[in-house]
Design a protein around this ligand. Structure first.
Ligand code: NAD
Length: 368
């Protein structure tokens, strides 16, 4: 597959992720009208991270909020200039169909609610940006894709690292052959999770533990850095079941992905220590990010060891979130497929299911 990056260089790469051009021309045009977003779920991510980002956007604006807490919704609406008519709750959510100001619904809810709120948005005639992981299962992912297709609406997954300058630069350099032939990939992601009542530790709401929440960054990075699709997985889970946090979901899981070129990706996620690291080893050097997928403060080294630290060029947006929000808006305006469409979330979910199966059955699982 031939792919153009922002500097007009031709990148040759295989695999589905190669289609997610590192800064393709989708960011080029500057339409007059800003598209309106409704944020569903005013929690840590929806309210804490996403809503404040609209001030950094060129093509996106906040026009509605959906929350089960009317006092909070009113306060947030007042603070961010959302009109009273843009305040919804989970019961009257379907009436967003009557609000022409809402173009895109951004689902920032617990994972178990992603499918329902995506499908209801599509039925209300809205495009959808849905947070990661896409859903509880690949079957749910398929139903979300089908609903958006049937409604003629776009579906994008909140994989913000595709708009994050350090990841884009690492990927560009890997593909440009700066470390020679890629042989090995490693990534560890996790944090010390200390809220035992959180939905993330309830399997019915999260679908799983650290893999669904953090391991998905390692999986994504393995795929977008190599531009290949894994052909098999082998996984092992290590969880202290006497720890009350981990009665329902896994703490630590290690998984190895085998790629057609022979590259092995060794990934790990956990809820009992802080980790955020990506390493690519080629036969001529290394590319390393640590932290690699944080909100801020990512660092990148290229060469041998950590003597050559790189400052990447700016990404497609003022911030990774502005890049993400504006990309979706521009895809709607230009009728283009988002670089991280629903199909991308589905691919990850199928691999995650195979990882869990491998850990359960303690054997290698072929992916195709
Ligand atoms: P959170 O717990 O902070 O917020 C969840 C929101 O959903 C809250 O406003 C809560 O009131 C609401 N909600 C509605 N019904 C609920 C119910 N039955 N139980 C619990 N909450 C309910 O979670 P979060 O950290 O904001 O995560 C939301 C989504 O965003 C998740 O899919 C998560 O994976 C994703 N996320 C993505 C990133 C990223 O960097 N891309 C970072 C954090 C979270």
């Amino acid at each position: 597959m031939i792919d153009l990056n922002r500097r007009g260089l031709v990148l040759a790469a295989g695999g589905a992720l190669a289609a997610s051009a590192v800064g393709s021309s989708v960011w080029a045009a500057a339409p007059e009208r800003k598209l309106g977003y409704a944020i569903v779920g005013l929690g840590g991510y929806g309210l804490g991270i996403i809503i404040p980002q609209f001030k950094n956007c060129q093509h996106s604006k906040l026009v509605a909020v959906v929350s089960g807490d009317p006092v909070k919704a009113k306060k947030v609406a007042a603070e961010y200039g959302v009109p009273e008519t843009g305040i919804y709750d989970y019961n009257n959510y379907d009436s967003i169909k009557n609000n022409p100001d809402i173009d895109i619904v951004y689902v920032c809810l617990p994972v178990s609610m992603h499918a329902e709120y995506t499908i209801r948005a599509a039925k209300a005639g809205k495009h959808v940006l849905c947070e990661k992981p896409m859903a509880l299962s690949s079957a749910e992912c398929e139903s979300m894709i089908a609903a958006c297709k049937q409604a003629g609406k776009k579906l994008m997954i909140g994989y913000r690292c595709h708009f994050e300058p350090y990841n884009l630069e690492a990927r560009r350099r890997a593909r440009a052959g700066e470390i020679g032939k890629l042989r090995y990939f490693r990534s560890e992601h996790g944090f010390n999770f200390n809220n035992p009542t959180a939905w993330r530790l309830k399997k019915a709401m999260s679908g799983g533990g650290s893999l669904m929440d953090m391991g998905i960054y390692a999986l994504q990075a393995a795929r977008y850095m190599t531009a290949e699709e894994p052909i098999s997985v082998y996984a092992r889970e290590t969880t202290d079941k006497s720890d009350p946090r981990f009665r329902e979901v896994e703490d630590m899981i290690e998984f190895q992905l085998e790629f057609p070129s022979g590259v092995i990706a060794s990934c790990m996620s956990m809820y009992s220590a802080n980790q955020n690291h990506i390493l690519l080893m080629g036969d001529k050097g290394r590319i390393e990010l640590e932290p690699g997928t944080s909100y801020n403060g990512n660092r990148l080294w290229v060469g041998n060891g950590r003597s050559n630290e790189i400052t990447p060029p700016p990404g497609p947006g003022a911030t990774q979130w502005a890049g993400q929000l504006d990309h979706m808006a521009q895809c709607v305006i230009q009728d283009r497929q988002p670089i991280v469409a629903g199909e991308e979330g589905l691919r990850d979910m199928r691999i995650i299911e195979a990882i869990y199966k491998s850990a359960r059955e303690q054997k290698r699982i072929a992916l195709r």
